[in-house]
Design a protein around this ligand. Structure first.
Ligand code: FAD
Length: 510
């Protein structure tokens, strides 16, 4: 039986491992850390439990598909709760706006704040829905590197394809699309934050990414009981049941390439493990730079200049008294989004008055904190790491900025008096723990009106038998996309090994 080596046990690596093993491949997975799940890690201290990385789960259908590969029902493996409101938004002027789960109710709430934007929001959601549909048909569930891989532009340019191409609004940015549809700057600021799921500026990202709004509004925000950490744990169980050989605490230092084809991986201890194909869940740019090297790396770097997406600072705060006015997911918005985005994405400096995202999972699962307490997670996006950034020096001052912001705009002025446990995660920590590019949380930036949405494809064009999975490969970052990326890498590798194409499987299953 042929063997696939997987480098990295993040969500992308785990999804690839489960899919390949479910299709009968022999799989060995190497993870340098002593836990699986990568950024979806957990921190437990003094009765508080914090998800350390992702907290907002959308598009559970991606997980459903991965579990169904092995004939499993996701909903038997995970207890998923749909949240309403999806987000609670706090603004500097004292306004509080809930983004409700039901689109009609969401529009009504927005209409109460800004009457013309009730219809504007509905218009925006229609565009988002169309873009999500086009993404589903042309962009998802297959390896894509550029426009040529999405649709057969020359072969079948008929009216319907043309209408799909026009729907992509390639001349427009996310911010440009939102500005056309809504008038109130608070509503616009909320909608612009959908693009923060991919760590990029709405002023520079292509309008096609407005489809993310539909993936959340149309499909819901979900919380797995046990925290988002329950997702990699469920995948790990599945991988083990399917016979995946898991080697934690084992970093890979090189992919051996012979005559243009991946032949083996070399561990940091110098062990050579032969493989018929390799899936890398390590950051795609660093895979080429550090594991592949040589002409293949040169060829990859020439294809396009790649820039890291944003990074972030997280405060994990165990409080002895809960803030009952918080919802499960909250945004405390910056006073001026343009100032904020210019700092993070143009100047490469932390925003002077940032947007803070707060997760208060005790709303849904009280057991995350001692009775009456709160396991608060506060995330502020920062620029990706620059040479002059030293977060060991920058953190104390920025922590102050963040806590002051929560006091000023979210009614949490006494937060310091409530803190019993405090831990932090900085861009430097993210860089080292997960071996990402410049501390990026969300892989590669999605900037550029035409090419912004395209990431390195899942089937390497430079090395035969090498596949990329994870947030810095197609279709991009975030839990559902990283999981889908793993599925695509596995499906592509399986097809290259003579397996049945996914679409034929779907038809057979129907
Ligand atoms: C603070 C934070 C908040 C986030 N919030 C959200 C959110 O709310 N919703 C959402 O959808 N997404 C969110 N994300 C993004 C989401 O977590 C990621 O997109 C996703 O988890 C990435 O998965 P991955 O498989 O690409 O990579 P990773 O999780 O980075 O996993 C890669 C793994 O590979 C291992 N590895 C790397 N190199 C090697 C090597 N050479 N040898 C062996 N092992 C190696 C690493 O140790 C790591 O375990 C957040 C991320 C962070 C950090």
């Amino acid at each position: 039986m042929s063997r696939t080596a997987i480098i990295g046990g993040g969500l992308g690596g785990l999804a690839a491992a489960c899919t390949l093993a479910a299709r009968g491949h022999k799989v060995v997975l190497f993870e340098k850390n002593d836990w699986l799940g990568g950024k979806a890690a957990v921190l437990e201290e003094d009765g508080y439990r914090f998800d350390m990385g992702p907290t907002i789960l959308t598009m559970p259908r991606v997980l459903e598909r991965i579990f169904s590969e092995a004939g499993r029902d996701l909903h038997r493996e995970l207890d998923l709760r749909r949240l309403d409101p999806q987000w609670r938004c706090f603004y500097d002027d004292g306004t509080v706006l809930d983004l409700r789960d039901d689109p009609k109710t969401a529009a009504e709430e927005i209409g109460k704040l800004s009457p013309p934007d009730r219809e504007g929001f509905e218009r925006f959601m229609q565009v988002a829905s169309r873009l999500s549909d086009v993404s589903d048909r042309f962009f998802f569930w297959k390896s894509v590197e550029d426009l040529r891989d999405t649709m057969d532009l020359k072969g079948s340019m008929n009216l319907s394809t043309l209408s799909d191409v026009l729907a992509l609004r390639m001349h427009r940015t996310v911010a440009g699309q939102i500005k056309r549809d809504v008038k109130d700057r608070r509503v616009a600021q909320m909608l612009e934050h959908f693009i923060q799921y991919v760590g990029s500026s709405p002023l520079a990202s292509p309008a096609v990414l407005c489809g993310i709004a539909q993936m959340q509004q149309g499909e819901g925000v979900w919380y797995p009981m046990g925290g988002t950490r329950a997702v990699p744990l469920a995948l790990q169980r599945l991988a083990e049941e399917l016979g995946v050989e898991i080697r934690t605490g084992t970093g890979i230092s090189r992919i051996e390439v012979e005559n243009g084809r991946a032949r083996a991986v070399i561990t940091e201890d110098g062990e050579r493990v032969a493989a018929d194909r390799v899936v890398s869940n390590m950051d795609s740019v660093r895979t080429y730079r550090e594991l592949v090297g040589g002409p293949a790396k040169e060829a990859f770097e020439k294809t396009r200049k790649r820039e890291a997406a944003c990074s972030g600072v997280v405060l994990y705060l165990g409080l002895d008294r809960a803030y009952e006015h918080l919802a499960h997911h909250n945004f405390v918005f910056s006073r001026d989004p343009e100032e904020e985005f210019a700092a993070i994405y143009d100047r490469g400096e932390p925003a002077p008055d940032p947007t803070a995202y707060i997760a208060a999972p005790a709303r849904t699962e009280p057991g995350v904190a001692p009775e009456g307490g709160e396991a608060l997670y506060v995330l502020v996006h920062t620029p990706y790491l620059r040479d002059h950034h030293d977060w060991s020096k920058m953190l104390p001052e920025y922590r102050r900025t963040i806590l002051d912001k929560l006091g000023r705009a979210a009614g949490m002025g006494d937060i310091e008096a409530r803190i019993k446990v405090e831990r932090t995660l900085t861009p430097q920590d993210i860089h080292e723990r997960y071996r990402v590019l410049n501390g990026a949380i969300y892989g590669l930036a999605s900037h550029g009106k035409v090419l912004g949405a395209f990431k390195p494809g899942n089937r390497s064009r430079q090395v035969e038998g090498l596949y990329l999975a994870g947030g810095s490969a197609h279709p991009g970052p975030g839990m559902p996309m990283a999981l889908m990326s793993g599925w695509i890498a596995a499906d592509t590798a399986d097809q290259d090994a003579g397996g049945v194409p996914a679409r034929s499987r779907d038809v057979a299953a129907e």
